[in-house]
Design a binder for this molecule. Structure first.
Ligand code: FNR
Length: 387
């Protein structure tokens, strides 16, 4: 339970070392990073329209606060796939975190664990899933899977995730090819070519079986093999179903935007959905994720949990997504900025500020728990009134 008794708590805590405003936080972090890393983190597909739609979608929905309600005691506790979380919040899977800080995913996992906020560890992390599980300790953590073209590697990843103690698997299906990200293409920057982001592969027994010489002897060859098996454009629903049967862990599908795909997830016996457009990094001019959310929620009819990401920046954004029917939201780029500026402490600070903002937004909007917040808490601007 993190609900703040009063806003003064924020002021009484030690002075924040990071900018509170997300725009200033982003600017400060981008200042710290080299040009390649800036291109990588800010990168979006094509003209960047999807990223714009993600944000604009939130601007078209406005909270209508309800007043003179007793909101003295608030409870953000959320049960998700059998785990009780202090708030409907997780950290989105983001690969290659050593680009932002040498401790990378270890710092993120520790900060998340300190607040009870699960980290979703990327397949393409800078540290192995076993190292990150150890850094997480007993706190909940999920593993994000990129299906590889070699089923044995996929099976091995799932077995390792289970053994390391992850609580759920998120299979990301919208990045089987890299999006047309103009900024990184311009710079000819692909971190995998430098051997970044392949820690989980290099340590994987099934991956190593494919290599004539171990990666410690010939890293270039290992990188080539990685590029060969990474990204599975041939993946179809039958295979996805088969993959989900390789593990006893609950399996969620990340990247869903179309209600019929959402229905397919349920028909195939998978356990949950993450509505996401990968932060606008995959398809240019795709539907804003927040616009897709209510359509997916309608199709799902409460049969499986629906999570949401792509564009969450502040408490009010999370409020809107939760009011539209998301069971939880994933925070993405903002925590990377904290990681860049302050490692574990930076991520923790971003998280604490986000949670405090979320709590204030819930209370000031007139609610005491997320189960009582629904679409009636929102006003939706249509095209005409917006002009
Ligand atoms: C991502 N995302 C991502 N998703 C995933 O499933 N596996 C991954 O390895 C990554 N890596 C990654 C790197 C970077 C630099 C970014 C910005 C994003 C997508 C991520 O999980 C999430 O969907 C987006 O970050 C949501 O968009 P916003 O809210 O961060 O803009």
């Amino acid at each position: 339970m993190f609900a703040m008794d009063r806003l003064e708590d924020v002021f009484l805590e030690e002075k924040s070392t990071l900018p509170i405003s997300i725009e200033e936080l982003r600017a400060a972090a981008l200042d710290e990073l080299d040009d390649d890393a800036v291109a990588f983190v800010t990168g979006s597909a094509g003209a960047g329209r999807t990223m714009d739609h993600n944000r604009r979608g939130f601007e078209r929905r406005r909270i209508v606060p309800r007043l003179v309600r007793n909101v003295d005691k608030r409870d953000h506790t959320t049960t998700l796939l059998g785990s009780e979380l202090p708030a409907p919040l997780l950290l989105a899977p983001i690969g290659l975190q050593s680009l932002y800080h040498p401790d990378g995913e270890l710092a993120t996992a520790r900060a998340g664990a300190s607040q009870g906020v699960p980290t979703i560890l990327s397949s393409t992390a800078s540290h192995t899933m076993e190292e990150v599980a150890e850094a997480t300790g007993d706190a909940p953590a999920w593993f994000q899977l990129y299906c590889s073209t070699d089923d044995e590697i996929t099976r091995s990843f799932l077995q390792r995730a289970e053994k390391a103690g992850y609580d759920a698997v998120v299979v990301t299906v919208d990045a089987h090819l890299m999006g047309w990200r103009e900024a990184t293409i311009n710079r000819k920057y692909l971190p995998f070519l430098d051997g970044d982001g392949i820690a989980n592969y290099i340590e994987d027994p099934a991956f190593r079986d494919r290599l004539d010489v171990p990666p410690e002897t010939d890293l270039e060859n290992a990188i080539r093999q990685f590029l060969d098996i990474f990204g599975h454009s041939g993946l179809d629903w039958n295979q996805l179903e088969m993959i989900s049967e390789m593990t006893d862990l609950p399996v969620l599908v990340k990247g869903i935007l179309h209600p019929e795909d959402a229905t397919e997830v349920i028909e195939r016996g998978l356990d949950g959905i993450v509505v996401s457009n990968h932060g606008g990094r995959q398809v240019d001019n795709a539907i804003g994720a927040i616009e897709a959310l209510p359509l997916v929620v309608d199709a799902v009819e409460g049969r499986v949990p629906v999570l949401f990401d792509s564009g969450i920046r502040r408490g009010a954004d999370a409020f809107i997504a939760l009011a539209l029917g998301a069971d939880a939201v994933l925070l993405g780029r903002p925590y990377l900025y904290g990681l860049t500026l302050g490692g574990e402490d930076g991520v923790r600070e971003v998280l604490k500020n986000f949670l405090a903002d979320l709590d204030m937004t819930l209370a000031l909007s007139g609610y005491t728990s997320w189960s009582s917040v629904d679409e009636t808490a929102l006003h939706h601007l249509d095209e005409l009134t917006e002009r």
